[in-house]
Ligand binder design. Structure first.
Ligand SMILES: Cc1cc2nc3c(=O)[nH]c(=O)nc-3n(C[C@H](O)[C@H](O)[C@H](O)COP(=O)(O)OP(=O)(O)OC[C@H]3O[C@@H](n4cnc5c(N)ncnc54)[C@H](O)[C@@H]3O)c2cc1C
Length: 391
């Protein structure tokens, strides 16, 4: 379908955005139309991330938009970050994941917990895309419960020794650096920067994914890796370190998935208007209208949730539980919109000629990573009752 994209804005949410926010969104939207849309289906079919897009994403300001300008970021507010994520994910969740990881899980911890030397060494290169980063928290035996991690950092003197393994790590096979979380000799979780090429460090790719195919995923394996002391993030210890990073990433996801949902809805609406059965457009049948009406309702609610959360986060008032609620709600919304949209397209919905099936498969990862759907529900439950139901 070659007609221009026309995203739903049923409640005139655009009026809540500043002129600068709209300019930023338009720039990313245009880039996605020109550079992502034409290549992304082939990339996903071939299970390849279009690497040449990384430098362009850096030029666009998609890496570290809220990081201060003096470290290479764009110094933007949180709503702008959210809008960038929405537009990137309209292209593909893999493209958004690349920017999310680089921004929230690599640049954010280096900026927030790193030394001045670390900030100056890594952030400007991460902002341009000259350097790619990844985030190692999940392990083969510990996903939802990262506090039980087994990766160990030991030693004293001028270096540490790192042993262990991380799994399901976005961008690990292409990353120049990894922000890794490990327990020290006292059992305290610490963050450190592991660099590609360090002896004993490997990052094998994970194959055979049916989801996020246009995104590299892999492992991080540490076999007695010698880590210089200056690679430790000095200003954080404990589980709150990785959790703060995840808050930032989950916030971006709550916005990002709206892009995937809008793309599916827009595609389904156009198709329903054009496709005729029983001599009428399928959009004229009540059952199809119900699907479309429910989709636009849910997208509108998600937009308002994200916008309000963006305002709270820009004011540094958004709680982790509020972010969980939005991540959970909006990802489920997007997955439901993708599933309903696919049905509206009938058989055409399963092909790569339309973006819906790709979004739908991607969202199956998004609903699991950065805290599963169930875990976010338990976070809300804990927040409103004061009772932990995790353990
Ligand atoms: C494509 C992809 C990319 C990823 N990228 C990264 C990355 O860059 N960095 C990184 O560190 N990780 C990454 N992850 C890992 C992701 O964050 C984990 O998969 C996620 O945290 C869930 O862990 P798990 O898969 O081990 O599932 P598990 O923790 O084993 O959970 C399995 C099921 O049990 C449920 N469950 C678990 N505990 C409870 C409980 N207490 N009560 C009720 N139900 C429970 C879960 O909700 C889930 O449904 C990625 C994952 C994917 C799929």
């Amino acid at each position: 379908m070659k007609t221009p994209y026309s995203p739903p804005d049923y409640y005139l949410v655009d009026e809540l955005l500043t002129a600068e926010q709209k300019i930023i969104r338009t720039a990313i939207r245009d880039w996605v139309d020109r550079r992502v849309k034409p290549v992304i289906d082939d990339a996903a079919q071939e299970a390849k991330f279009p690497m040449y897009l990384i430098k362009e994403m850096g030029e666009l300001g998609a890496f570290g938009p809220f990081i201060p300008v003096e470290y290479g970021g764009a110094g933007l507010d949180q709503t702008s970050y959210g809008l960038i994520m929405t537009e990137l994910e309209r292209g593909d969740s893999g493209i958004r994941s690349c920017a999310s990881v680089q921004t929230s899980l690599v640049m954010y911890p280096i900026y927030t917990f790193g030394s001045e030397e670390q900030r100056r060494k890594y952030l400007p290169k991460l902002a341009t895309g000259e350097m790619i980063g990844c985030f190692g928290l999940t392990e083969p035996n510990h996903g939802s419960d990262p506090g039980s991690m087994e990766t160990r950092l030991s030693g004293n003197g001028d270096h540490f020794i790192l042993n262990g393994a991380k799994m399901w790590i976005t961008n690990s096979p292409i990353a120049d650096i990894a922000v890794v979380w490990a327990k020290d000799d006292k059992g305290t979780i610490r963050g450190l920067i592991v660099e590609k090429g360090m002896a004993g460090f490997t990052a094998p790719e994970t194959h055979k994914k049916w989801s996020l195919r246009a995104s590299y995923t892999g492992e991080l394996v540490f076999d007695n890796v010698k880590i210089p002391k200056e690679n430790l993030l000095p200003n954080i210890s404990g589980l709150k370190g990785p959790l703060k990073c995840l808050n930032s990433a989950r916030y971006g996801i709550a916005w990002g998935v709206i892009g995937a949902a809008m793309d599916c809805y827009d595609t389904a609406l156009r198709y329903a208007m054009e496709r005729k059965q029983f001599r009428k457009p399928i959009a004229s049948f009540q059952l199809q209208q119900k699907k479309l009406a429910e989709m636009v309702t849910e997208i509108t609610k998600a937009q308002l949730l994200a916008w309000r959360l963006g305002t709270l986060r820009s004011e540094d008032r958004a709680t982790a539980a509020q972010i969980s609620l939005a991540k959970r709600n909006n990802v489920e919304m997007a997955l439901n919109v993708a599933r309903e949209s696919r049905q509206i397209l009938g058989a055409m919905g399963i092909t790569g000629d339309f973006p819906i099936m790709r979004h739908m498969m991607n969202l199956e990862s998004v609903i699991t990573y950065e805290g599963t759907h169930d875990i976010h529900l338990l976070i809300t439950g804990n927040d409103i009752t004061g009772i932990e139901a995790f353990k």
